[in-house]
Design a protein around this ligand. Sequence first.
Ligand code: FMN
Length: 236
Amino acid sequence: MGRLYNAGGIRRFLAFVLILSLSFTVTACGGNKSSGSSNNRSNSSNRKESQAQVKADGNVLVAYFTAAENSGVDAVASASYSEVNGEAVGRVRALADMIQAKTGGELFSIQTSVVYPADGGELIDYAQKEQDDNARPELTSHIENLDNYNTIFIGFPTWWYDMPQVLYSFFDEYDFSGKTIIPFNTHNGSRFSGTIDTIKDLEPDADVITDGLTISEHDIPEAEGDVNSWLEGLGY
Ligand SMILES: Cc1cc2nc3c(=O)[nH]c(=O)nc-3n(C[C@H](O)[C@H](O)[C@H](O)COP(=O)(O)O)c2cc1C
């Protein structure tokens, strides 16, 4: 994390540490590791509402972005991989696989022409610059037949308290009006941060489920039970 000590980065880093420690405090008090839900701002009443409405008829797409499938290396020792059932996979991909297995949806990897640094420290710096530039990385994978899908799970890591910029490219490319969007996420303390509200702003005519799933990067290998309970709560 030494690379975070660049000009302008210190204040955000301190905020990151603060959020991290708050998260651990909440975890310790609540006894709820990282499981299930959700956006920090969701509450029990909107959770009930969204649970009652979520499962829609029609095909399911499970779209996700993970650094591991966009760094151009197979290095399983990369900081972006998690070991699940003896296999090294990107962390968000691991959650996507679990959601796919339970819902029978189709997987879609959000890919970009940008080759992200495999080195964790370099990636932190790179992503910060992308965010500062409000970049829109070029997408190289595209959803075919979007009309076939009513429900789209969308997974991403938290990067600098936000979605990776490539998710902005993704939401620029598609109009999800009339569809149900179900966010899921991995993080290292910030959970969803404000990303669910951002998705609602970007897709105002979609039904964005606020009861998304957010799992700490450390808990991915053991997340399947939490993923399944969450999906069952949504009607799957
Ligand atoms: C560039 C970058 C920025 C990150 N920023 C945050 C952050 O602001 N808050 C947080 O909780 N975790 C942050 N993390 C941790 C990631 O959200 C976490 O490692 C996630 O599991 C990565 O998923 P992936 O390996 O599938 O891409 C960051 C990681 C990277 C690489």
